[in-house]
Write a protein that binds this ligand. Structure first.
Ligand code: TLP
Length: 346
């Protein structure tokens, strides 16, 4: 039985074209700014996002952290959703490495309210840290891959700037957001001071994430990356995959979105499972199992036994992420397997 692995779009493997590009890549020492493939990728990424400059990082986590360090100094205050990846999943790096003071601003459905942001930013006072930075996330992972629409995104950036904050966008899946919103990714980047996006998710690269911004911001990100130990040498082997990804893998993300819809429709019809279909906007499906199955781990184990892998979001949810390795037939098969796995008692 072939396993259907929907734990994350990070599970995607590089395409044959990427592997050929790696073999053919011209390489140099990137710390000397002498890797032509890295330079080509950074230039192409900056152009695509409508920014002056870009820097390639090992991971999304590192790129986010380097951006935070570029924008804010230890002790400064950063406004962000407590469900955001930067707050929830990045090992507290914003506090224990960047030294920043997080001010959580809850975001229903992953979308911040500009009024809530305005209320969260306090007037200057001796007692308070200096408010410096707003972090946004689009698509929003823990909200279910939801998209913050462009007009709301722009309103948030305008509000932040009006309040004297800079804006960092965790756009790990910015191209998913752009496709779902029907706008170019550069539209989301325009008002943000820095944007991070991942090559290693639906775009199928084995690793790599990119930070874009003005030349001045990216110089600071570059220095922070180096401080974090993220300076690289012949990183063209990563960049070669990234160039293929940007040229060939972006438009097909729409297929992943269609497959997520198919999966959501199928799973919500399985007795005991519920999907809030309104949240299925891109390539993620969050399934609520609490009606019939109290324990997330037990549901995952039953699914694993029939060859379907997903991620637990305890106490009540399981996350599925669609990606390039599975088409509509696999998705239908996954739904049938889940139905079988959960058919026995709850
Ligand atoms: N997300 C991973 C896990 O860490 C949860 C996943 O499987 O979705 N920002 C966002 C919004 C992300 O979803 C991720 C990865 C990152 C940043 C970090 O990227 P990497 O894994 O490259 O450090």
């Amino acid at each position: 039985m072939d396993v259907i692995n929907l734990r994350s779009d990070t599970q995607t493997l590089p395409t044959p074209e990427m592997m050929e590009a790696v073999a053919a890549a011209q390489l140099g020492d990137d710390t000397y700014d002498e890797d032509p493939t890295v330079r080509a990728l950074e230039e192409e990424a900056a152009r695509l996002l409508g920014k002056e400059a870009a820097v390639l990082c090992i991971s999304g986590n590192m790129a986010n952290l380097a951006c935070l360090m570029a924008h804010a100094a230890p002790g400064d205050e950063v406004f962000l959703d407590p469900e955001s990846h930067i707050y929830y999943y990045e090992v507290g790096g914003l506090a224990n490495i960047a030294g920043l003071m997080p001010m959580p601003v809850p975001c229903p459905s992953g979308r911040m309210d500009p009024g809530d942001l305005r209320r969260a930013v306090r007037r200057p006072n001796l007692h308070y840290p200096v408010p410096k930075l707003l972090c946004l996330e689009n698509t929003h992972n823990r909200a279910g891959g939801t998209v913050t629409p462009l007009d709301l995104h722009n309103a948030l950036c305008d509000t932040a700037h009006d309040l004297g904050l800079t804006v960092h966008l965790d756009g790990a899946r910015i191209f998913n957001a752009a496709i779902a919103a029907g706008v170019p990714a550069s539209a989301f980047a325009e008002k943000a001071d820095s944007v991070m996006f991942c090559l290693s998710k639906g775009l199928s690269c084995p690793l790599g994430s990119i930070a874009v911004g003005s030349r001045e911001v990216i110089e600071r990100v570059d220095r922070a990356r180096k401080r974090l130990g993220g300076g690289m040498r012949q990183a063209g082997i990563i960049a070669a995959c990234g160039l293929v990804a940007l040229r060939t893998m972006v438009d097909r993300l729409a297929d992943d979105h269609a497959n997520a819809r198919l999966l959501a429709d199928g799973l919500t019809a399985v007795p005991g499972l519920r999907v809030d279909l309104a949240t299925v906007e891109t390539n993620m499906v969050y399934v609520d199992h609490r009606d019939a199955y109290p324990d997330t781990g037990a549901v995952l184990a039953r699914m694993k036994a029939v060859g379907v892998l997903a991620s637990g979001r305890p106490p009540h949810h399981i996350r599925f992420v669609t990606h390039r390795h599975y088409g509509p037939d696999d998705i239908r098969e996954a739904v049938e397997r889940v139905r079988t796995a959960l058919r026995a008692d709850g």
